[in-house]
Design a binder for this molecule. Structure first.
Ligand code: PLP
Ligand code: COI
Length: 336
């Protein structure tokens, strides 16, 4: 199979339309058989529930070319599980988890020419998503839904590649106590748009959100969880209102089992972030992006950027994903 003629190493994180995507429709209480299509556009009622009341959720995952030339995907079962949780919270029908994984695999296979080659620094980003598609005017869930998976080749999420990030403690909130912060609802991201534009205008790469109940604990950023390092310990915020990042959960295991580190998953107070020596953002898009500075209302806290531990975590996780380091059982789904 011939790869697309793309300068893979200069890709940023932007949508590129690929050849095929997966679509399945839900109507009269059941999902149809689903299929691949070359139709990238969606047509629906002006009154579709997603357009009026934001009834939509999504996932983010990546396919990679490994060192030995296979195409693989990282822990898709966990994305399937999390999407099911998002659907339940948003009153959407679950797309069965085994079918979710099959749909992702089919989408990657159909776009194999778009999977960046090993060593290019790029990957094929996969975006499974679902939305309420029938006309709803009173505030209630849709009765018809569409599930889709598209693929788009991407490079680094943050502009400038993997230079250390400058973050700010954000005065806006991302998620409410007992709200939807723990699921991947589109509305969480709508909530964050004002704050991210403002952050960029002020010269920051991302916002660090605090818990909106007390505004004293660190939560996460708009698109990634946070990890801190002190000595041989990885510390990461535990909260009911952050997204349960698959990358973070994997790093916790990598830190313990591969690097012999201590791990603390606990509340992290804003007042203690100056005690850490390294900090990183973790997520599918972010991978592990090193943090150089967090600014808390004029007070600057500096971290080592790609310090020794963030570097080791990065090398081990990406080594597992790219097939250079043996993976724990069940982490790698081989597609071809
Ligand atoms: N937190 C938020 C708000 C995100 O959007 C993401 C991205 O998916 C993450 C964390 C990281 O999650 P994961 O590692 O599962 O991609
Ligand atoms: C991902 O990492 O997959 C996400 O969904 C984060 C988003 C900000 C691109």
């Amino acid at each position: 199979m011939e790869k697309k003629n793309i300068d893979w190493s200069s890709l940023g994180f932007a949508y590129v339309q690929t050849d095929m995507r997966y679509v399945s429709n839900y109507k009269n209480g059941a999902w149809d058989d689903g299929c691949l299509t070359d139709q990238a556009n969606v047509t629906m009622s002006e009154c579709a529930c997603v357009l009026q009341y934001a009834q939509t959720c999504f996932e983010g995952m990546k396919a990679y070319t490994t060192q030995d030339g296979h195409i693989v995907c990282f822990r898709p079962d966990l994305n399937a599980q999390r999407m099911a949780a998002s659907c339940r919270r948003l009153k959407m029908p679950v797309f069965p988890e085994d079918r979710f994984v099959k749909a992702v695999v089919e989408t990657v296979r159909a776009n194999a020419a778009w999977v960046p080659p090993y060593g290019s620094g790029a990957s094929l980003y996969l975006r499974p998503f679902m939305f309420g598609s029938d006309a709803i005017i009173g505030v209630k869930p849709a009765t018809e839904f569409q599930f889709r998976v598209f693929a788009t080749p991407v490079g680094p999420y943050f502009k400038g590649g993997i230079k250390p990030l400058k973050l700010r403690i954000c005065d806006y909130d991302r998620a409410a106590p007992r709200g939807t912060g723990h699921v991947k609802a589109g509305l969480n991201y709508a909530m964050s748009l004002y704050a991210i534009v403002d952050a960029h205008e002020q010269g920051y790469d991302e916002n660090v959100y605090l818990d909106s109940g007390s505004r004293t604990f660190i939560e996460e950023t708009g698109g990634a969880n946070i990890v801190f390092i002190k000595g041989n310990t990885l510390v990461t915020p535990k909260s009911d209102t952050i997204l349960p990042s698959i990358t973070r959960r994997s790093l916790v295991q990598v830190a313990k089992d591969y690097l012999g580190m201590e791990v603390e998953e606990r509340e992290v107070a804003l007042s203690e972030i100056g005690d850490f020596t390294e900090c990183g953002l973790c997520g599918t898009a972010a991978v592990i992006s090193p943090v150089g500075t967090i600014v808390d209302h004029g007070k600057e806290i500096h971290y080592a950027g790609f310090g020794p531990t963030i570097q080791k975590l990065y090398d081990t996780l990406t080594g597992i994903q790219m097939g250079r380091i043996p993976a724990p059982e069940g982490w790698i789904e081989v597609i071809e």
